[in-house]
Design a protein around this ligand. Sequence first.
Ligand code: PMP
Length: 407
Amino acid sequence: MDKEFIQNIRNDFPILSEKVYKKDLIYFDNAATTQKPRCVVEKIEQSYYHNNANIHRGVHYLSQLATEEHEAARSTVAEFLHAEKREEIIFTRGTTEAINLVAYSFGEAFCKEGDEVIVSVLEHHSNIVPWQMLCERKGMKLKVIPINEKGELRLDVFESLLNEKTKIVSVAHVSNVLGTINPVNEIIRLAHSKNIPVLIDGAQSVPHIPINIKDMDADFYVFSGHKIYAPTGIGVLYGKEKWLNAIPPYQGGGEMIQTVTFEKTTYNTLPFKFEAGTPDYIGSTALAEALHYVQNIGLDNIAAYEHELLEYGTERLMEIEGMRIIGTAKEKSSVISFLVGNIHPYDIGMLLDKLGIAVRTGHHCAQPLMDSLQIPGTVRASFAFYNTKEEIDKFMEALKRVVMMLS
Ligand code: PMP
C-alpha cells in the first residue's frame, strides 16, 4: 500500500486529524480498540434516520427493512469468516459475552465434576475467568498451556495435557500482549484427534488475518466489532451448527422462544435461540459496513502492510539502550510490548501521552501472563493499517526524550 493510498485511508478516519494537547494525535492503541471510518459512523446515522424499527415479526414497512438489513449483516459476517451457514453466526455484545455464552451453555450440556478445560497462559482475562467460573460451578479443573521464552505456546506440553477428561480447549488466535500468532490449525488438529472441541478467541486476529473458518475447523470462533473498525457493543460468536444445536440457550427472553406457556417454553431455531431480547440491529449493520470497508482494502494487503510496520517499529525500538521487547515469536501480529531498563511502563505511557501519543500500559487484562513473565506490565504499541512509518519515527523521537527524562 503506497503513501497516497494510506493518506486516502487516513482521510476516512476523521479522528486521526484531532489534536491532543495541541499536538498531532498518534494513535497506537489499536489492540484496545480501533478508530471508526466515516462510512461506519454514517451507517449508524442512516439506520437511525431512515430504517429504525424493532426487527423480526414486524408487519410494517420499517420493521421489515430493519430486519432485512440485520439479517443481511449476518450473511456478511458468515461470508467474511467463510462459514458454511449463516445460522452459525450469533450476534453478541462482543468477545467477552461470546466466551461466557459458550462456557455456560457448553458447560451445562457437556461438563461434569472432574472434567478439564485447557486454556493458555497468554489469554486475556475474558478467556480465563468464564472457564474458571465453569470450573467452580461444576468442580472441574483448568489446565494451562505454558509458553517458551519467545512467547510461543508449548505445543509439546499441550499435547500431554489432552486426555479423556478434557472437555474443551479455548485459546487466543493472537495474543493482545505479545502479538504471538498461535498455531491454531495445529492446536485444533491435535484436539480433534481426541474428539475435543476448540474455541478460538479471534479478538486480535480478525482485524489482521484473513479467516477461513472452514479451513481452520474451529468449533467456536469469537470476536468483537470494535476491534475491527465497527462500533462497541456488537460482536460475534461463530459456532458449528452441530454444537449450537446441542447446547442450551444462554439467556431467556423475547426472540429466543418458539412458544411460551406457564407450563413449558420451547426454544427458537438457530441463530435466534441465542439472541434473547431486542438485538443490536444498528450495531450489526454497522459491523457489516466495517467488514465491507476492510474487504475493500483487502485483508492480505492489510496483513502485509501491518507486518511492515511491525518490522520497522521493532527495528527502530532496538535503537534504545535497555530496550526489552516482550514477545519475540516468529509469527507476530502488529503488537509490540516493551520495557526500558527499570522504568515503570506507566511513567513512559503518561509522558508519551503528553506528547500526543496514545499507547497502552499495564497488564493488558492478562495478569497471569504478567505473573509468569515476572513483570508488572508493559508499554504496548499496536498498529493498524492507517498508521505510518512517519508516525513510528515521531513516536521514536518522543520515546527517546521520555527515556532520557526518566533514566
Ligand atoms: N480477547 C482478547 C485477545 C482481547 O484482546 C480482548 C480485548 N482486549 C478480549 C478478548 C475482550 O474483548 P471485549 O472486551 O471486546 O469483549
